[in-house]
Design a protein. Structure first.
Length: 420
């Protein structure tokens, strides 16, 4: 990448692909008309939205009608929680003053805040009960049994992310959802959701194989614009989707508001790139990640006494860890004390992050608390406080990897006041 910086923060956000930029620009000019208008311009804009929906559907092996556009991943995840809870209360209305048991949601401890927070809010308000499934310390993953063990007859939603944004761990969502669906308790209305924000464009994502009713798509994680989509298996028929917004009945009444045509077109263009080039993207990113791991070992030492700690024990296994993600800590008990912010602040060219960069409190680069995801993934606190997430992308080159390792070396030495 011929720029003044090395960008290894692709899990936070990816740059727009040139093809996506082009499609957005063109749509701004040619498809500005209101897609609900029956004029030829309105119809042209509508056609672009239809094409985009089809590309996104193809990317996850869904039907086009099962895709609803959203503002992003946060909206999609919040919507799923809302839909499931509303559905539960509509199925079991309180009758004659008889209280019904609270609906129950199952999720994991390592979900993104866009899933954890809407659930926590409802728990605080006394409207739902929730179980947060832990990470199994042996497999470093979520055990199917741990999910089955917490199912109750009031369980209405099981939401397990497909891969984690901080550690890169890929979870066995298909096995979990298959097992959940064949173990339905009494009322049998468990809805299954996966947040695939970090997986799309990095691995095959197939809603049928995953056996989910909802799946979250986030454009800016796969070189698209900052909007998203929610896959819903036959929305309103097979799977509940009560609207959050009311108004002009766009998106078949599921989400009112004039469609953001240029961004929807951009999301479609990003999906088309994945449809056409996934194998090539995956092999490039995996190659870059392998170079990065080797280079870090070379620079920081791979011996037992090394100060280099990989925070995902399965980091090199492409079936268990995202092909672009390396979460690493630099620590030696002899060193001057410092946290990840000291490393990030000592880097002039390398862009990376500590924890989930999308958490706005980290904007100041001041890491004072370890990431809950790392702690819940079994990373000891002293390493979690010093963790840097490096996420390579389609645009990463071998020169970038060399430069990144050198930048890290200089920054770690400066932070630790030592020579390694
Ligand atoms: C796994 C995951 N889910 C959801 C989101 C939320 O997406 P957004 O902030 O674009 O709404 C993110 C963003 O970082 C993410 O990594």
């Amino acid at each position: 990448m011929a720029t003044d910086f090395v960008y290894l923060d692709n899990n936070a956000t990816t740059p727009l692909a040139p093809e996506v930029c082009h499609a957005i620009n063109a749509a701004c000019v040619s498809a500005f008309a209101n897609p609900s208008s029956s004029s030829i311009l309105g119809k042209a804009a509508k056609r672009l939205i239809i094409q985009s929906r089809a590309e996104i559907a193809q990317m996850i092996n869904a039907d086009a009608f099962d895709i609803v556009f959203t503002s992003g991943g946060t909206e999609a995840n919040n919507w799923v929680v809302y839909a499931a809870v509303r559905y539960y209360y509509s199925k079991f209305p309180e009758a004659d003053g008889l209280k019904i048991p609270l609906p129950h949601i199952v999720t994991s401890v390592v979900e993104h805040d866009a899933m954890i927070e809407p659930i926590n809010k409802l728990v605080e308000e006394g409207k739902v009960k929730a179980s947060f499934v832990p990470i199994d310390p042996i497999s470093n993953s979520i055990a199917v049994e741990s999910v089955l063990n917490v199912l109750r007859k009031e369980t209405v939603l099981v939401s397990i992310m497909l891969s984690n944004n901080e550690t890169g761990t890929i979870f066995p969502v298909a096995q979990i959802m298959n097992a959940v669906k064949s173990n339905l308790k009494e009322h049998g209305i468990v809805l299954c959701h996966t947040d695939a924000a970090q997986s799309i464009g990095k691995m095959k994502v197939d809603v049928r194989e995953l056996n989910v009713d909802y799946l979250t798509v986030v454009g800016h994680k796969f070189y698209g614009p900052r909007i998203g989509a929610l896959y819903v298996n036959k929305p309103g028929e097979k799977t509940p989707l009560p609207p959050l917004f009311f108004g002009g009945n766009q998106e078949r009444g599921f989400r009112s508001g004039t469609e953001n045509t240029p961004m929807i077109v951009g999301l479609g263009a990003a999906a088309r790139l994945v449809n056409e080039n996934l194998t090539q993207y995956v092999s490039h990113m995996y190659h870059m990640k392998s170079l990065l791991i080797n280079k870090l070992k070379e620079v920081f030492g791979s011996e037992k006494s090394s100060c280099l700690h990989f925070n995902n024990p399965n980091v090199a296994d492409r079936n268990q860890c995202l092909i672009n993600t390396v979460n690493v800590s630099f620590y030696d008990p002899e060193w001057n004390d410092f946290t990840a912010s000291a490393i990030l602040n000592n880097m002039t060219k390398l862009i990376a992050s500590a924890g989930a960069a999308c958490h706005s409190q980290l904007d100041s680069f001041s890491v004072t608390k370890p990431s809950r995801v790392l702690i819940d993934s079994g990373v000891p606190e002293h390493l979690a406080l010093r963790s840097i997430r490096l996420s390579v992308g389609r645009q990463t080159t071998a020169e970038d990897i060399e430069e990144a390792a050198m930048q890290l070396y200089t920054a770690v030495c400066a932070a630790a006041h030592t020579k390694i």
